[in-house]
Design a binder for this molecule. Structure first.
Ligand code: ADP
Length: 455
């Protein structure tokens, strides 16, 4: 069910419930008042007749005649006067008797003093009337044609008013909810226009104050983020294709040249060597991309367990030295680890090893002596690792960009690479809720500092 319809029905339902309560209160209080007044009137009328009979000693037949010809009688009026021994002293009409008094009824009137009841559509009362030291029992009945018809008119008026009011409320509800939700409908139309190829479109913010405007602002900022991430993805994909194209083009060219004519064994060796270099670059790139994907998009699948950062660091060092025997990596413990020191962190061994090896490799490859010095310090809450080199350093205007995927600094000619290493390292450290910072001076060297918090 649409909100518009829901709102209208809720509004009309509430209003109907209120109106119904008011109508019922009005109707039943009127009905109660009419009934009470009519009983009073019946009693007055009966007392007047009883007085004429008992005090003025008017003959019953004369009294009957007077009232038969009177214009002031009530519709179907019927008064009867009895003594306590159930002897009928007077009855309005001899032939018609609707109340049909019995001895039991007279006795209960005597014991209760006054009773009210209905005989079909006649309203009837019975009461004890003391006169001149004797007790009489009077019954009176009549139909309140006038009062009942007034009540009927009131009932009809209330029903008609109720129906009209509900109809008007429904109409007003429809108009009101349509007007109130108009901006939402417009928003839906606009959102339908926005697709991956039209991510630059934005929703109208309206008066910028109400909840709808707030929704539009939130939605627009979400679109901003989406657009940025779409652009970043596009840039990423184009960077990847560029990185893949270069070594592939080189491999194809080398193979084509070597097949142009017969070559010597040494020339073939040289070609194979070049192709091997390019395929290694490709292999590193695809591994880096895989790790980047792991660290960026599939975090739920990453397995975290308690591990010691110094042990991971030793593994990373071994990995780098094995593939680059010319590199020198020294690890220096700031202080001896003592029994009971809480140095374990919660992390993923594979990813941390990737991060550490990237920093070690960068330090070695961007310094003439191919050396990296790592200091490891265990502080109260964290383990701090510093990867230092005395290499070529990073130009100041590159420092803020080096963590961007595929970014290679001005010094890139000094060593080969694909620009993914540091962005991957930063993502891995972020994933471990750690921090990474860099301090570099051109010609002096670079230090990357990582802090990993203890489990
Ligand atoms: P790559 O090493 O493949 O170029 P990275 O993402 O690892 O990519 O590094 C990005 C850039 O940061 C490098 O191209 C280089 O300019 C700079 N850089 C990183 N580490 C060092 C370092 N230890 N010394 C000098 N420059 C560095």
């Amino acid at each position: 069910m649409k909100i518009r319809l829901k709102l209208t029905l809720l509004f009309a339902g509430l209003f109907a419930a209120l109106l119904l309560t008011f109508s019922l209160v009005i109707y039943f209080s009127n009905a109660g008042q009419r009934e009470e007044e009519y009983f009073k009137r019946l009693r007055q009328l009966a007392i007047t007749k009883a007085n004429l009979l008992l005090a003025a000693k008017v003959q019953p037949s004369v009294l009957q005649l007077i009232y038969k010809n009177s214009l002031n009688t009530l519709p179907q009026e019927e008064v009867a006067v009895y003594d306590t021994a159930f002897h009928l002293l007077y009855h309005d009409a001899g032939d018609i008797d609707k109340v049909k008094e019995t001895k039991g009824m007279i006795d209960s009137i005597i014991s209760l003093k006054e009773i009210h009841f209905y005989v079909e559509d006649l309203q009837a009362t019975g009461f004890v009337y003391p006169f001149a030291g004797k007790t009489y029992v009077i019954t009176a009945a009549a139909k309140d044609d006038y009062g009942l018809s007034k009540l009927k008119t009131l009932r009809l008026a209330l029903v008609i008013c109720f129906a009209i009011a509900i109809l008007l409320t429904l109409l007003a509800g429809i108009l009101f909810s349509r007007k109130a939700l108009q901006p939402v409908s417009e928003m839906v139309e606009k959102v339908e226009e926005i697709s991956a190829s039209h991510l630059d479109l934005r929703i109208d913010r309206g008066n910028s104050k109400d909840e709808i405007a707030e929704l539009a602002i939130t939605f627009n900022s979400m679109l901003d983020r989406l657009e940025n991430s779409f652009d970043a993805q596009k840039q990423f994909v184009s960077n990847i294709s560029h990185e893949l194209r270069t070594p592939l083009a080189a491999i194809i060219a080398e193979l084509e040249i070597s097949t142009l004519k017969a070559r010597t064994t040494d020339e073939y060796k040289e070609t194979i060597h070049l192709i091997l270099q390019d395929t290694r670059r490709l292999s590193k790139l695809s591994n880096d991309l895989l790790d980047l994907a792991k660290a960026s998009y599939d975090q739920s699948g990453i397995n975290f367990k308690e591990l010691r950062p110094d042990e991971v660091l030793l593994d990373a060092r071994q990995l780098i030295i094995r593939s680059n025997p010319g590199y020198r990596v020294d690890i220096l413990f700031a202080k001896e680890i003592e029994e009971g020191d809480l140095i374990a962190i919660k992390g993923n061994e594979y990813l941390l090893k990737v991060a550490f090896s990237n920093l070690i490799e960068n330090a070695c490859k961007f310094s003439a002596n191919n050396q990296c010095a790592i200091s490891i310090g265990f502080e109260e809450k964290s383990t701090v690792l510093r990867f230092s080199d005395s290499g070529i350093g990073i130009p100041a205007n590159d420092v803020s960009h080096i963590f961007t995927p595929f970014y290679r600094g001005e010094n890139k000619r000094y060593a080969p690479g694909n620009g993914i290493g540091l962005s991957l390292t930063q993502r891995i450290i972020n994933l471990h809720h750690g921090t990474i910072s860099v301090d570099s001076r051109v010609g002096t060297g670079t230090t990357f500092t990582i802090a990993l918090f203890h489990a």
